[in-house]
Design a protein around this ligand. Structure first.
Ligand code: GLA
Length: 395
């Protein structure tokens, strides 16, 4: 039996699921309920968020999912069909999906590979096929599948995630599958093989610089595993949370300044991470809007080549990431981790980039160098420069 299981997974692991499904060719984008609202969610909030995402330009910029996280469930009916909490979602999830779809947004939902979810609600173990069919009948487009209350070994995780992935594939509706076991079982080795389009590489992000750096350092080492249809997920963006209460505010999540939130966006984009906002976008300030809606940064994240940027310099003060892009340009990100402004100086050659480059600063939205072999400048404490380099002809 053991040999049989090992064989199945080593064969499947060779072929990422996107080859068959075409799902998530670029990193998923959207907004998720968890970090701000926790389980205190309802259909009115989702409708208001959908309206806000259209009005503030997020949908146009590519944030085309709303994910309902934990806390939506109301148990099972007398046929064991999973149902939403009737107080939170009195019109049902299908009506909500119809509304969200009418705005050009896809709807995601959440469950767990055990009997109960992390917050103690009804989950899907033993009901995978039935739940997948229910989700499909509601028009659900994305499932985040968590791993609380499940055994800690990797084999059980592979079996449970494959079971749900197969059920989703047979459900009759294309549903992107987000594996959420927090990196403990090294899902980068097997998650694509069992049918996931993305997998969390880390524990839950909090609204703090320390937490952002912690998740960055885990995710930055995994660039070789990401590609079209199979992405590393270092958890949601914390941009704009500003120390608000809710799960992202737990355990020292005291908020970040705007330079730090801008770094969150730059670093997630250079790592081709899912871009999933989680602040209250109905009441966003101009800075959060400017950061989340930077279309030049988003273009780096969503680039068709699907490469996660490689961290070429990883010292305790400065980090440099390099991400090749589909049209031959290269994005680079320069992060200052220290608490003081740094004078930085890099020869592009040392980053593996020969020749001369035009440098475009993707936060200033302007060209800052014409035929450069290097970049020199100041990087503020906790700032991340995000540049797009275009190779100039040698003539
Ligand atoms: C886990 C996940 C979070 C969130 C909560 C919900 O902690 O990692 O992202 O989904 O469960 O209970």
């Amino acid at each position: 039996m053991l040999a049989f299981c090992i064989n199945i997974f080593s064969v499947n692991a060779q072929q990422p699921a996107d080859a068959k499904t075409g799902l998530a060719p670029t990193p998923p984008m959207g907004w998720m309920t968890w970090n701000y609202f926790g389980t205190d969610i309802n259909e009115n909030i989702i409708r208001e968020i959908a309206d806000a995402m259209v009005a503030n330009g997020m949908v146009k910029a590519g944030y085309d999912h709303i994910m309902i996280d934990d806390g939506w469930q109301g148990g099972r009916d007398n046929k064991n069909n999973i149902i939403p909490d009737p107080k939170k979602f009195p019109s049902g999830i299908k009506a909500l999906a119809d509304y969200v779809h009418s705005k050009g947004i896809k709807l995601g939902i959440y469950s767990d590979a055990a009997q109960l979810t992390c917050a103690g609600y009804t989950a899907s173990l033993g009901f995978e096929e039935q739940d997948a069919k229910t989700f499909a009948s509601w028009g659900i487009d994305y499932l985040k599948y968590d791993y609380c209350h499940a055994p800690s070994d990797s084999n059980t995780a592979k079996i449970r995630y494959k079971k749900m992935a197969d059920a989703l594939r047979n459900s009759g509706h294309p549903i992107t599958f987000s594996i959420c076991e927090w990196g403990g079982r090294q899902p980068w080795f097997w998650a694509a093989g069992v049918g996931g389009q993305l997998w969390r590489t880390t524990g839950d992000i909090r609204d703090s610089w320390k937490s952002m750096m912690y998740n960055l350092d885990i995710n930055a080492k995994l660039d070789a595993f990401a590609g079209r249809g199979h992405w590393n997920d270092p958890d949601m963006l914390i941009v704009g949370l500003r120390g608000s209460k809710g799960p992202a505010g737990d355990l020292g999540g005291s908020g970040c300044n705007d330079i730090e939130y801008q770094s969150n966006m730059s670093l997630w984009c250079i790592m081709a991470s899912p871009l999933i906002a989680t602040n209250d976008i109905r009441n966003m300030n101009e800075e959060a809007k400017r950061i989340l809606l930077n279309e030049e940064a988003i273009a780096v994240d969503q680039d068709a080549l699907g490469k996660q940027g490689e961290r070429k310099v990883a010292d305790s003060v400065l980090n440099v990431f390099v991400k090749p892009l589909a049209n031959g340009d290269v994005a680079i990100a320069i992060l200052n981790r220290s608490s003081a402004t740094q004078d930085a100086s890099f020869d592009f050659k040392d980053l593996g980039l020969d020749g001369k480059y035009e440098i475009r600063d993707l936060w200033q939205h302007k060209i800052i160098g014409k035929k450069e072999k290097n970049w020199k400048g100041k990087v503020l404490s906790h700032e991340t420069k995000l540049f797009r380099l275009k190779k100039m002809s040698s003539k």
